[in-house]
Design a protein around this ligand. Structure first.
Ligand code: SAM
Length: 288
């Protein structure tokens, strides 16, 4: 193994005080800092009086820069990697450099610290026994719906990164695919204008309506509740709910989508249950 190495350094997601002592020492001792946005990293370095040379490493130059950085580490250079905010490798180009280093036999050490995922999860008050991080959801509404439907039955809190501009549309998609769930929107975490909205997903949709959101946002949706999980073992309850919705004029496909989201059951399973005769020998749920 060569003497050069990569130190993956987590940096604050807002409050510059949230950097670890070990990261400060490493940024100071490294030969070079590869930074996603050198202007942002300069502010952190200025706060701690660090003068290590900075080079840009981001989505638009990583194809070119990765082999050059790997070659320098192979020659014994110690590179510290930082992203705009939080832990490099999480929804940013860091994972690419880590992969290339491991491939080349270069030592990689990870210095843990802030990440918006964990900060938002704990702040949300939603269940933490299991969580699913989905990065950024697809921008096209149809693809978003398909992705969310595939996640509806997971017994885990769902976490997504989002831009403030797209947040209202994404919340509306979440409310449509996962109706009735508890949810949260965490904005500007650790910063002066930190805001965490918590409540049923529909109330969040209403809560952002007409607002121009600024800053950075994490969206979270709780798992299907335990009562619903019990209903999975009770096809009669699913048929009953479908029947109530269809009697109220909801179309079969919309009712299936709603029941699947409410109860955390795959849509195919709801369709199958709807078409099976019930245990008491009754007929399948009628189609609207
Ligand atoms: N690597 C980073 C991490 O560990 O959290 C995430 C990088 S990703 C490109 C940037 C996204 O993280 C933002 O669009 C936003 O969804 C989320 N994020 C970062 N900082 C945040 C903050 N202070 N408050 C809320 N969300 C934040």
């Amino acid at each position: 193994m060569c003497a050069g190495r990569l130190s993956v350094c987590a940096t604050p997601i807002g409050n510059l005080g949230d950097v670890t002592l070990r990261v400060v020492d490493t940024l100071r001792d490294a030969d070079l800092i590869a930074a996603e946005d050198t202007r942002i990293t300069r502010r952190l370095l200025a706060r701690y009086g660090i003068e290590t040379p900075l080079e840009a490493y981001h989505a638009h130059n990583l194809e070119r820069r990765t082999p050059a950085l790997v070659a320098r580490m192979s020659d014994g250079v110690h590179v510290a990697l930082v992203s705009d905010a939080g832990t490099p490798g999480i929804s940013d180009p860091g994972a690419h450099l880590v992969d290339a280093c491991l491939e080349a036999g270069i030592a990689v050490e990870v210095l843990p610290g802030p990440s918006a995922i964990v900060t938002a999860l704990v702040a949300s008050g939603l269940p933490t026994h299991a969580f699913y991080f989905g990065g950024f959801l697809p921008r096209k509404a149809g693809e978003r719906r398909t992705r969310l439907e595939s996640l509806a039955s997971l017994d885990a809190t769902l976490i997504f990164y989002e831009s403030p501009r797209r947040t209202p549309a994404t919340l509306a998609s979440l409310a449509e695919a996962l109706p009735g769930r508890r949810a949260a929107m965490a904005r500007e975490l650790t910063k002066i204008h930190e805001e965490v909205l918590r409540g049923p997903i529909d109330s969040l949709v209403a809560g952002v309506e007409g607002r121009t959101l600024k800053g950075e946002v994490v969206l979270l949706v709780g798992p299907p509740d335990r009562g619903s999980a019990r209903a999975i073992a009770d096809p009669a309850a699913i048929r009953e709910r479908l029947s109530v919705l269809e009697s109220a004029g909801v179309s079969r496909s919309a009712a299936v989508r709603q029941v699947a989201g409410e109860q955390g059951v795959a849509r195919n399973d709801v369709y199958r249950i709807a078409h099976e005769p019930d245990d008491r020998g009754g007929s399948p749920a009628t189609s609207a």
